[in-house]
Design a protein around this ligand. Sequence first.
Ligand SMILES: Cc1ncc(COP(=O)(O)O)c(C=O)c1O
Length: 478
Amino acid sequence: MLEMDAEEFRRLAHRAVDIVADDLAGTQVDPQKPARRPTSAGLRDRIMQAPLPVGPLDADAILDAFVADILPYPMGNGSPRFFAWVNSPPSPIGVIGDLLAAAMNPSVAGGDHAGTYVEHAALRWIVALLGLDPAAGAILTSGGSVANLVGLAVMRNRLAPGVRASGLRAAPPLVIYTSTQGHSCIEKAVEILGIGHDYLRKVAVDNDLRMDMTALRTAIAADRAAGLRPACVAASAGTVNSGAIDPLADIADLCAAEGLWFHVDGAYGGFGLLAEQTGGLDGLYAGLERADSVAVDPHKWLSIPIECGCAIVRDRAAMRETFSLVPAYLRDDTELPWFSEFGIQQTRGFRALKLWMTLQAVGADGYRTEITRQVALAAMLRDRVEARPALELVADGPLSIVCFRVRTPTDSPATADAVNRAVSARLQADGRVFITTTVIRGVVALRACIVNFRTREQDLDVLLDEVEAAARAVAAGG
Ligand SMILES: Cc1ncc(COP(=O)(O)O)c(C=O)c1O
């Protein structure tokens, strides 16, 4: 049944809120609660193979099934001991925001309703937090991948005029530069935009896993000599592998000198700038303010419930030129043109509300303090890895990612890699802490990423104790 009367909604929604609040209390206060627990084949089948009911089911029975089969098997990112990928817990007020946004259910394509103004406010706050030009164009997206795609689409439209009419057939081909540590979504964007990954250069990195400027200059010169058209450097303000920040100021200088578009992928690390503002990091973000386009991800370090990304383009008119299908002579809405003229979607969700609510509940200083604390926590984790003879550091930040590995009494790199993979697999199956692996300079490492306002110092010790215990079990053949 689609309709539900207000009293029935009140009763069911109160039940749902109690379920969420109980889960929140368990996640936060019970140290024995695993970060996540594995599902079973039976559960997977029960969820995936269930037939679509022909008639209506009772709403309480549907909630019962959620409580029994879905809620107990989370991804785990609500837990303070979840260190995988770049997934934060949701801010509880953001969770409430999502409920309220769904209840209002506007399309924030634009127009005169409160949702439009809330997104404009939230975007203005994000642009200000990042110290970017208040006149820049900005839009919320589903996440960092689409935010990067939006930025690079504007680049393509600017550097290949006429592309909207006749595609990219015009020679010479555009070339994009990112580092070997650049996120895969840059490659995806280059493919989607029809540039082709053969024209994406993965520039070598230095000892700190930052883009190497000499290698970048050499690659640009070689492409020019080959008759290609160097178009854009897609730098990382926080690589997903190790939390390295490319030399943004040097890249900005080079882009200005060479006439290249300067794009910054700050999906993971853009808001690390807030730790620099407190003195928790030093001088790493200089140059960000000169970017032509920036992608950030409030659903990562700001703990906004997924999905919430953000694309910011310094030249607002160029952004509108890229996406608008309203003829220029009809674009008389100069003050608040519709968001649908600045991005990919027409109907757009009210994802701004959870962001607007959380930004106010935390405040700029609240975020500065929290992100600085998490960067300091990662530094602590690095120190603790180095203090344990059984472990060795593989890459160290400078943001909130620590890559390390279990030392093994073997000369065989393949065996050492296999041991570290086995340790990670064992920890994942157990679920008390959750960590994944990556490959840094050719070796397999355990990768701990802290973007979690619940993680405390003692969780770091639990993580390292569990890693060492898993390593002993693997060595014993377990
Ligand atoms: C550096 C970086 N860029 C881009 C992305 C893609 O963002 P999303 O997963 O929100 O699409 C990620 C995701 O982890 C990332 O870490």
